[in-house]
Structure formats: structure tokens, C-alpha cells
Write a protein that binds this ligand. Sequence first.
Ligand SMILES: [Zn+2]
Length: 180
Amino acid sequence: MEELVQAWVCAKCQHEQTRLLSPEVAAFKERSSWETTCPKCGHAEFQAMSWPRPTPTMDLFEEWAVDVNLSFIEQDEDLYMASADYVPFLEQFVTRRGIPEIKRATLLSALCAIIYENVSDANEPNDSEDESMDPKLGEHVLQFLKRNLYLFDEIDKDYLYGYIARDVLPRLGISLDEPT
Ligand SMILES: [Zn+2]
């Protein structure tokens, strides 16, 4: 099993202590917080805490998708998952029956973020020079969502704000009445 080393650096004496995390712990914010004190000086505050993220797996997504109290990161989970590694899981779980609305909205937002980041905008052709873009990935996700437009009817439109409503939904042929 993949084992991941979490490091805790004392804010007072800079002593570093470490522990091993399983992927099931390291993956989730709620499980990986580490309340501890410095074994050298007894100080309770850390200067830095870090650990590697586990490889995304089916098992981790199975847990995440059904539990509204479980998150991969504190904020912007959709942007965190907006990468090629996550696409197989995003596609599988966004179409699954019975998952909580907030989770489906996060998955759908992540897919929209991938389109935003990887499909060049016809209105801003200069964007297409961006080397960080993966047009093949962007097009793949765009076609996936076009085949599954019903997903947008299953979540509150308030989840689809800002750049998604403005730049992504029109490419899918969806128009929202957004106040400007
Ligand atoms: Zn210390």
C-alpha cells in the first residue's frame, strides 16, 4: 500500500517530526489534520506541515462521493480535481445515481474548469498560444458533457457561477439568466 510521510515543523525550534499516513487518511482534510506538540520543546504550533497527496483511486472517490463531511482539500475542490488524472473518476461519479447534490456540483464544476483551461476561446484567439493547454483533454471533456447535458438540470444553477456561467456554459449551448 502507498505510504505517505507527513512532516510537522515546530514554529519555535524548527524541529521536524514525521508520521506515516495511509492514502485513506492522507487524501482527506478531515482525517489528516495533526494535533501534536513538539517532542523537543513542547511547543504546540507548527511552522509548516506538509504531506504528499495520494494517487486518486476508485476507493477514495467511493468514500468522498457519498460523504458530505469528507473533502479532499479545504477550498476550491473543483479546481483541485480539474486535471487529467481525475477525469476518469469525475466522469464516472458525476453520472452516478444517488450522490449528494453538492458532490455532483463539485464534480461538474471540475469538468467545466477543465474545459475552461484547455479549450481555446474563439472570442480570444490569443489564448490558443498557451502551452499549458491540453486541447485534446479539453475537447474530450467538452464532448462528454455535451452527451450528458441532463446533469446540469440536476443541480442548483447557483453552483455554476462566474467563469463557468460566462465562458463554459455557452460552449455547451446552455444559457443562464445571470445578472450582469
Ligand atoms: Zn520545538
